[in-house]
Design a protein around this ligand. Structure first.
Ligand SMILES: [Zn+2]
Ligand SMILES: [Zn+2]
Length: 298
């Protein structure tokens, strides 16, 4: 039930509808105006149609997983917690090996290291990256893999549709030059419609393609550097504060191998499994490993 709290954002609803509309529009134009006219007599029509639809299917599957998966919501306590004795509670938690846990005043609960409160979801999310309206959900520890896969397949689909549209357009121009030139007035309305669809799909592909590739790159950098955007911002502020106050050494950041960091997100399976929207095995038996990061406040 907790996952459905994220569905109340109107911007998220609009972005979800826009995503589905863009995917189905791209499929319609590619099939109706690119593949059928340009490759109608060859096996390329079936081949390109199958591959393109497979990419779109994977895109939608990853998107659905990112939308409906729990991003890693910190559970709310069954009973109200008394925070009046916060200092002694914190020391007790440290004794139990729960260093780095903080208190969220809005959720009124303790939260593990790297968890942040999302104002849209109104919950604390473990290793929260950001709240994404395109999936109407937070990107967090448990669904970041699906979000990155969604970006990957959107980028591939955008590139593929660009190549198909441009090649079909070139084919159409060449075909028109070679064929009859005397009855060019007869097909003008149809021609304009096709060109309009080509232009709209090209603009859509360029916009979405560039957009997702930039976010895809940011996501990979944040995994490899083991810092979410929120942590990057906080660390930058800490560096600025330190340099302003004194030249004391900065807190040491955990340095895990890049492959280990990628496996924490994409699972321990083979690299081929990283491309599929399958639930990966948890990073450790009996729970999730939290990186040792300095404590921070709400
Ligand atoms: Zn919270
Ligand atoms: Zn959120």
């Amino acid at each position: 039930m907790a996952a459905f709290r994220c569905r109340r954002d109107p911007c998220g609803f609009v972005c979800l509808i826009l995503t589905y509309f863009s995917v189905f529009y791209a499929d319609y134009v590619v099939i109706q105006y690119v593949l059928l006219p340009a490759y109608s007599d060859s096996v390329w029509s079936t081949l390109h149609g199958s591959v393109f639809n497979l990419i779109l299917l994977l895109l939608l599957a990853c998107h659905a997983k990112a939308v409906f998966s729990d991003p890693g919501m910190v559970p709310l306590p069954d009973t109200a917690i008394d925070f009046s004795d916060l200092r002694s509670q914190s020391s007790r938690m440290s004794e139990r090996g729960c260093e780095g846990w903080t208190v969220c005043s809005r959720c009124e609960t303790y939260r593990p290291p790297r968890a942040h409160h999302c104002r849209v979801c109104q919950r604390c999310i473990r290793r929260m990256d950001h709240h994404c309206p395109w999936i109407n959900n937070c990107v967090g520890e448990l669904n970041q893999k699906f979000f990155i896969q969604f970006l990957f397949y959107t980028g591939i689909a955008s590139l593929y549709s660009m190549v198909l549209v441009v090649s079909a357009w070139v084919w159409r121009i060449r075909n028109e030059r070679e064929s009859d030139t005397e009855k060019e007035g007869d097909e003008m309305p149809g021609k304009h419609l096709i060109v309009a669809h080509y232009i709209i799909l090209l603009v859509e592909s360029v916009l979405f393609g560039v957009f997702v590739m930039v976010i895809f790159y940011d996501q990979l950098v944040s995994i490899i550097t083991d810092e979410t955007p929120l942590e990057q911002m906080r660390n930058r502020l800490m560096i600025k504060d330190k340099s302003l106050s004194s030249a004391t050494s900065l807190p040491a950041h955990t340095r895990k191998p890049k492959l280990a960091l990628l496996r924490e997100v994409f699972g321990r399976g083979s690299v081929f499994c990283w491309l599929l929207p399958l639930n990966s095995s948890p990073p450790s038996v009996g729970g999730v490993i939290y990186s040792a990061l300095p404590d921070y406040d709400v």
